[in-house]
Design a protein around this ligand. Structure first.
Ligand SMILES: *Cc1c(COP(=O)(O)O)cnc(C)c1O
Length: 392
């Protein structure tokens, strides 16, 4: 019955762990989850009010497929102010989340036979979305010693005559590291030289620590801007994951094609959410700084706690809300925890702590923990991990 495409697609592994943890919680078990990929804060009040007002005002009908002009203008203003990027309305599309913008971009850009370079560890949806477009993911392993950043040399080595695009994610999920402008410049040079497009997922740009500054690779020059699709959204910065608003900025012909694809699938993103997103982007920004400061505190605590466990090494990341500790030294301790997925399963069953195995992101030597949870939960959870490992 099922199409080849449907048979080949893998459900999101991060959601799988999360749903098992949720099922255990529903049974009344006291599970601590480091599995979640969304901020635990409430959507700021001014943004909620804008959504409520949209409902009251009857702003509840279809909008233009690629988003309202008013929201596009708010996005244009944001890209100009935060990223030094100038775009017109024809170069912007609003979708049902950044994930949807990424999906539209792959569908509009890729043909069967095309290769897409994906630095590993990677966000789980990239390879699946590339495959859904019929193209081939080409993984390039990055190293912990390089803070999991793609080097220009490794990128250049992966390029073939069929390389159509590179996917960059800075700050990164799952590693939490981000690129500075020098590193991006070297990558941009290779992309431009070889006529490669760059899909730049910048969804975590507002969550940076230790003085790290976000740079969009598109801002490094006209040549690279012409080849870049910047993807961003309101989910992570404004704690709006359920509102489903993301966007992309890029060359007008590509945005037009993405809009046509969207017009035959979802049509416009929710009108009410678009109104709320305008408030998010143009209203007071103090809640963003507050959430980032709280994440920063938790980051310090979780890194310190994990590093005090024998067999775990966690270099402090500079962005997002994930740590990606090296757990390889543990695998030799017992066959029960001899891989990242066995370790994750053991921790869920024995310690009632949910983490995501690194093999879901293309590197078995690590696990991912999200610190989008309170400090007490972090301390209790890491203590449980310690106790469960000592029990082996
Ligand atoms: C959460 C996330 C997204 C998707 O965000 P939505 O706007 O909620 O679809 C995209 N990329 C990465 C790396 C993410 O972690």
């Amino acid at each position: 019955m099922l199409s080849k495409r449907a048979k080949e697609i893998k459900p999101s592994p991060t959601l799988t762990i999360d749903s098992k943890a949720k099922a255990m919680k529903a049974e009344g078990l006291d599970v601590i989850s480091f599995g979640v990929g969304e901020p635990d804060f409430d959507t700021p009040e001014n943004i909620k009010e804008a959504g409520i007002k949209a409902v009251r005002d009857g702003f509840t009908k279809y909008t233009a497929v690629g988003g309202t002009d008013k929201l596009k203008d708010a996005i244009i203003g944001k890209l100009e102010a935060d990223n030094g990027l100038a775009y017109g309305r024809a170069e912007i599309i609003v979708s049902c989340g950044a994930k949807h913008s990424l999906y539209n971009a792959m569908q509009a850009l890729l043909d069967p036979g095309d290769e897409v370079v994906i630095p590993a560890p990677y966000w789980v949806s990239y390879p699946e979305q590339v495959a859904l477009a019929g193209a081939t993911p080409v993984f390039v392993k990055t190293l912990e010693a390089d803070r999991f950043l793609l080097t220009a040399a490794a990128f250049e080595k992966s390029v073939t005559g069929r390389t159509k695009a590179l996917i960059l994610n800075s700050p990164s999920n799952p590693t939490g590291f981000s690129y500075d402008s020098e590193a991006l410049g070297r990558i941009a040079e290779i992309a431009v030289k070889n006529g490669i497009y760059i899909i730049s997922d910048e969804i975590y740009e507002k969550l940076l620590y230790d003085g790290a500054r976000h740079v969009s690779i598109a801002s490094l020059g006209e040549e690279v801007k012409k080849r870049t699709i910047v993807v961003n959204g309101v989910s992570k910065a404004y704690s709006m994951t359920g509102w489903r608003i993301g966007y992309a900025a890029g060359p007008a012909p590509l945005i037009k094609a993405m809009t046509s694809i969207q017009s035959q699938s979802t049509s416009n993103p929710t009108s009410i959410s678009q109104a709320a997103a305008i408030e998010a982007l143009t209203g007071p920004q103090d809640s963003v700084a507050r959430m980032a400061a709280e994440f920063d505190k938790r980051r310090g605590r979780i890194v310190e706690a994990l590093n005090s466990i024998e067999g775990i090494r966690c270099i402090p990341p500079t962005g997002a809300f994930y740590v990606f500790p090296n757990t390889r030294a543990l695998y030799a301790k017992s066959p029960v925890i001899s891989s990242s997925s066995k370790l994750a399963m053991y921790l869920l069953e024995k310690a009632m702590v949910a983490v995501v195995p690194g093999d879901a992101f293309g590197d078995d030597d690590f696990i991912r923990l999200s610190y989008a949870t309170g400090i007490e939960q972090i301390e209790k959870g890491v203590e449980r991990i310690r106790a469960a490992l000592q029990a082996l």
